[in-house]
Design a protein around this ligand. Structure first.
Ligand SMILES: Cc1cc2nc3c(=O)[nH]c(=O)nc-3n(C[C@H](O)[C@H](O)[C@H](O)COP(=O)(O)OP(=O)(O)OC[C@H]3O[C@@H](n4cnc5c(N)ncnc54)[C@H](O)[C@@H]3O)c2cc1C
Length: 419
């Protein structure tokens, strides 16, 4: 028998595997790590599978190449009743079947010498004199450090009593186009649900490969505040898909929660850190893969230093993360979510779709998507200028106006006053 491992990583989704890979890259002995997951991989994970550029770059850097499967998209499109605009990043986005992607990341950990325990459900977690006791079945082990990477509703947050962010509710299923005007290369984000009182957006993502003309699509809706009943979200999704010309392929529409990051969330107790969605993801767009990879990079660097210092505590784990580009971005996305999914969603939809500077930034192909926080001063200045010129956008409900057949959303928007 080898010597006991020092660090247990609970959860082998992208948050957990990325932390293991980053710890190894930082010089931690793989023999000190054990990855524990209750599932057997490849496991199903409800997810659109869209990965934006900071995620694709992370994966390419750490794995050396794009894993098998999935495909590259042409870009993103944001739309609502008021119009549509393109969001261009400075590099490729991928879509992946999460079963395949998460397995590739797990195999990379195994190949680097990490012990992986699948089908091991952790049922209890409690502080010990030096570390944490981790129980699964009749086995209890003590680890110097626990990395809580067990997702939105994981045990690690509950057991450590750390404060979490808002929990959203999402539903999703695979659909096939029947009479739909498809855009297979594009990740579509549609803020249509806001018109029906759902604080979130719907997505239409190609699946499994955007390059296939005969491909299927994942369609779902996010309730970013967790206030709408699951069966209402399911009915809404089915109606929305039918309106667009899609038919359900899956046997049912599945639901799963998401937990969002915000400034007040806590992610550290002596000997324990939360990563990935256990810490919190993008509150505006529900993006979790790229944020989980970036949180993992941060957590691994802090944990590495704590190991070097033989310290069980990481001073300012949360504030340190807020000072990173990803931390600032997640904080800013939470501010935008408070507005778009808050008291005056129609006003903020008018801002999002009516502000020329924002649209230009989105389409610029610069580091804007996922890094809007760095443009805050310019965004605020332009917003104030717009208000001085045109007055504050109305908060009145936006109604579904009949868009004449053959009129594009963009042309239609230009013919209407988005104020
Ligand atoms: C419907 C839907 C669509 C989404 N679409 C996208 C998208 O297109 N793009 C995007 O970037 N993000 C998307 N997300 C978010 C994304 O899926 C998550 O944020 C991401 O998976 C978080 O990674 P993670 O590793 O932190 O957690 P997870 O991927 O949830 O992994 C947690 C792991 O912990 C394991 N685990 C949990 N409890 C225990 C336990 N007690 N013992 C042992 N193991 C345990 C689980 O089995 C799981 O494997 C979507 C989410 C939903 C719900």
């Amino acid at each position: 028998m080898g010597r006991p491992q020092r660090i247990a990583i609970l959860g082998a989704g992208p948050g957990g595997t990325a932390t293991a890979l980053e710890l190894i890259a930082a010089g931690v002995d793989p023999g000190d790590l054990v990855l524990i997951d209750k599932a057997r991989f490849p496991r199903p994970k409800l997810c659109g599978g869209g990965i934006t550029v900071r995620g694709t770059e992370w994966i390419a850097r750490v794995l050396g190449a794009r894993p098998e499967g999935g495909g590259t998209t042409n870009g993103l499109e944001f739309r609502c009743e008021l119009g549509a605009f393109e969001v261009r990043e400075r590099g490729p986005q991928w879509v992946f079947d999460r079963g395949e992607l998460d397995l590739a990341l797990l195999e990379a950990c195994r190949a680097r010498g990490v012990e992986v325990r699948e089908e091991t459900n952790v049922t209890a977690l409690e502080p010990a004199p030096s570390g944490w006791r981790v129980r699964s079945g009749s086995t209890t082990e003590t680890f110097e450090w626990v990395v809580g990477a067990d997702g939105a509703n994981g045990l690690s947050r509950r057991a450590s009593g750390l404060r979490g962010g808002i929990t959203g509710r999402l539903v999703e299923a695979v659909f096939e186009p029947v009479s739909a005007d498809t855009k297979p290369g594009t990740l579509i984000f549609d803020f249509d649900p806001i018109l029906d009182g759902i604080p979130g957006y719907a997505w239409v993502f190609p699946f499994p490969d955007p390059a296939r003309r005969d491909g299927l699509f994942k369609i779902g809706v996010m309730d970013g505040r967790g206030v709408v009943a699951g069966d209402v979200l399911r009915r809404w999704t089915e109606d929305y898909a039918a309106r667009l010309g899609y038919r359900l392929v899956d046997s049912k529409i599945h639901g799963w929660p998401e937990r969002y990051f915000d400034a007040g969330v806590q992610g550290h107790r002596p000997g324990l850190v939360l990563v990935g969605e256990a810490l919190g993801i993008d509150a505006l767009l529900g993006e979790g893969i790229a944020p989980s990879l970036e949180i993992a990079s941060y957590a691994a660097s802090r944990l590495r230093r704590a190991l070097d210092d033989r310290s069980a505590t990481i001073a300012g784990y949360e504030t340190g993360f807020l000072a990173t580009a990803e931390g600032r971005n997640l904080w800013f996305q939470a501010r935008l979510a408070d507005r778009l999914y808050g008291r005056h969603p129609h006003r903020w939809l008018r801002v999002l779709f009516g502000m020329p500077y924002l649209r230009a930034l989105a389409g610029s192909g610069r580091e804007a998507y996922g890094r809007l926080a760095q443009h805050v001063p310019a965004l605020c200045a332009r917003y104030v200028l717009e208000i001085a010129r045109r007055g504050a956008p109305s908060a009145a409900p936006i109604t579904r106006a009949a868009r004449p057949a053959g009129t594009s959303r963009t042309a239609f928007a230009e013919s209407r006053d988005v104020q």
